[in-house]
Write a protein that binds this ligand. Structure first.
Ligand code: ADE
Length: 256
């Protein structure tokens, strides 16, 4: 897989792309990364990439010509990239989006800055992604977050190929539920003990406890996920019971 970014701050990427799991996956050749400098497609002495918006208003907009020229050039190098623009107006990013992007051969992220991008540049967008309902100073951090979520799904990137399957939100063995609680040594920490079943060595019982715990946590913290989750009729009935029992119960703020 090849991941490329187009931005005015290409130097932001290297520390993230060469550290930890991303760095190792890149060195293993599991993905190839390149950050392009948008100013390389400008033609004036000041390497101008922004201008004032027509109609007035605060701040500056990114100009369409450097983006269009850069994308024409990068597209011509082939194979045809899947082009993603980052903007708070985009589709909210999710694990499903990451799974979809991880299947692409070449992904090109366009990172905006300033008050936005000239609307005509979006003619190149295969999709617009938002990281959430808040405004960042630019798309670079969004591109890094998405790259991280995508690369860890590439087979071999995590070392243990199963470990991205049953985690929170995964549409794999996790079935769209939050991930179950996990523990490591010591078995007793200040009187807080690990559930007995996890110490039993009985793999079937451990798997059943985890599934049940994942369901309970999803009911408690993210009931909105239940509708899209892959549940058996028995699990659905249990989720309904748990939800009813929670009505009127004190709020559990959650977090996993
Ligand atoms: N650029 C600025 N804010 C953003 C957001 N929330 N998501 C993606 N790109 C952005």
């Amino acid at each position: 897989m090849r991941i490329e970014t187009l931005s005015v701050f290409p130097e932001m990427f290297e520390p993230v792309m060469s550290t930890s799991i991303l760095g190792r996956a890149r060195r293993m050749g599991l993905f190839d990364f390149h950050a392009y400098d948008l100013r390389d497609w400008t033609h004036d002495r000041h390497r101008t990439v922004d201008d004032a918006p027509f109609g007035g208003g605060q701040g500056m907009l990114m100009k369409v010509e450097p983006i269009a020229e850069a994308l024409d050039d990068l597209i011509a190098r082939g194979p045809r990239p899947h082009i993603v623009f980052f903007t708070p107006c985009g589709t909210p990013f999710s694990q499903k989006s990451a799974e979809r992007l991880a299947k692409r051969e070449r992904v090109l992220f366009v990172c905006g800055r300033y008050e936005g991008i000239d609307e005509r540049a979006y003619a190149y967008a295969d999709e617009r992604i938002s990281l959430g309902d808040y405004v960042l100073t630019g798309g670079e951090l969004a591109a890094m977050v998405v790259t991280d979520a995508v690369v860890r799904l590439i087979p071999g990137a995590l070392g243990d190929e199963m470990s991205s399957v049953d985690e929170s939100f995964s549409t794999g063995a996790g079935g769209g539920l939050l991930e179950y609680a996990q523990y490591t040594r010591p078995a007793d920490f200040r009187g807080e003990t690990v559930p007995e079943v996890l110490l039993s060595g009985d793999h079937a019982k451990v798997a059943a406890w985890r599934r049940s715990n994942a369901l309970e946590r999803t009911v408690a913290w993210r009931p909105d996920l239940l509708e899209g989750a892959d549940l058996t009729p028995e699990e659905r009935a249990r989720a309904a019971d748990l939800l009813r029992a929670r009505e009127g119960a004190p709020k559990d703020e959650g977090g996993c």
